[in-house]
Design a protein around this ligand. Structure first.
Ligand code: NAD
Length: 335
């Protein structure tokens, strides 16, 4: 039976990496009906809305989405579509596995990097609550709640137990934000107490960044509030070859949207040189989520095969191949 999947191509390089990923998923042997819906600028042209009802109607049917990046205007303009989607569907877990691909030449080549980031996805400074108190004085509200902190901590430790991971590191700035990050930490400790077989440690975010660069191999599972999770994800991507590589999943109780860590990459959009690996790896996570485990493994192994050979890599990771050439090589591995 064909899976119904909501496909949100997004902006910038989004449509390029989304098309490449659809081809790779189909080559992995999965039969899918793609419900293609537009958000952002493309959606405004059709419906006058940046996040039209059709997106939610489709996700209500499919409960699973594959999404390209969407552009968010800086210092003004509309609210982030990502934040709106994650909040509306209550996709409270942002899950990002960060691993080395075989053969890929990076500054950390030879270092065993295998860490998993759990980022709280619904609150913190992403609540979008900002106001001007008096002229030239602005407040942004950082919202941390016990309910959201407990559930992300629980999701993290449950994953760690299921996957036999050894250590969870909670990342915070509770020395300065004693109340908000303090609450986050207390919730992490409370949940950690129920998982005594898993080592639990805490690091202040600035120190965590330094240690991630100095000793990335010592990290296992990271548990972070929204903002630090966002920043540390890009740092971690840099350790394993850049934003072209690292996948992600936004997970809630009922719905899941799979998307890469990277943004719309406006500097290379439309040039046919975007690296679709991150979205393909996100699709592999999606296939596992919809119980297409064999196809997930096939796609993952095909990606590993292309990296191990090193002959069809995109420009961002030191190769000369186009998005299409890379995609053909991945598909070739599955034939
Ligand atoms: P970005 O991730 O788009 O790009 C940063 C750098 O990484 C650029 O040099 C880009 O060329 C490179 N890069 C990113 N993905 C790549 C890929 N797949 N292949 C090759 N190179 C790649 O970050 P940015 O420039 O800060 O943000 C651009 C826009 O994307 C902004 O509007 C931002 O809000 C948005 N954004 C969206 C998401 C999302 O939808 N999930 C995430 C992050 C940023």
């Amino acid at each position: 039976m064909a899976h119904r999947i909501t496909l949100i191509p997004g902006d910038g390089i989004g449509p390029e990496v989304a098309d490449a990923t659809v081809r790779a998923v189909e080559a992995a042997g999965v039969s899918a009906v793609w419900e293609r819906v537009e958000v952002g600028a493309a959606a405004v042209a059709h419906s006058g809305e940046i996040l039209p009802k059709a997106v939610f109607e489709s996700l209500d049917r499919t409960h699973v989405g594959l999404k390209g990046p969407t552009a968010t205007p800086v210092a003004g303009g509309h609210r982030s579509i990502n934040v709106a989607l994650r909040k509306r569907l209550d996709l409270y877990t942002n899950f990002r596995p960060v691993r080395m691909l075989p053969g890929l030449k990076t500054r950390f080549q030879g270092v065993l990097i295998d860490m998993v980031i759990f980022r709280e996805n619904t609150e913190d400074l992403y609540s979008g609550l900002e106001h001007e108190v008096v002229k030239d004085v602005v407040e942004s509200l950082k919202v941390i709640t016990r309910a959201a902190s407990i559930r992300i901590a629980r999701a993290t430790f449950q994953y760690a137990r299921r996957e036999s991971r050894k250590k969870v590191t909670a990342v915070h700035k509770a020395n300065i934000m004693k109340m908000s990050d303090g609450l986050f930490l207390r919730c992490c400790r409370e949940v950690a107490a129920d998982f005594s077989e898993i080592k639990y440690e805490e690091l202040i975010v600035d120190n965590a960044c330094m240690q991630l660069v100095m000793r990335p191999e010592t990290f296992d599972v990271l548990l972070l509030p929204n903002l630090y999770g966002d920043i540390v994800s890009d740092l971690a991507a840099g350790l394993v070859g850049g934003l072209g590589i690292v996948p992600g999943a936004n997970l809630g109780e009922h719905d899941a949207i799979f998307e890469a860590v990277h943004g719309t990459a406006p500097d290379i959009a439309g040039q046919g040189k975007a690296n679709p690996t991150a979205l393909m790896q996100s699709a592999a996570l999606m296939l596992a989520h919809i119980d297409e485990r064999e196809a997930a493994i096939r796609l993952h192994q095909a990606l590993e095969g292309v990296y191990a050979q090193g002959r069809h890599l995109t420009v961002d990771v030191g190769g000369g191949a186009s998005t299409d050439e890379f995609t053909n090589a991945v598909i070739g591995q599955m034939q």
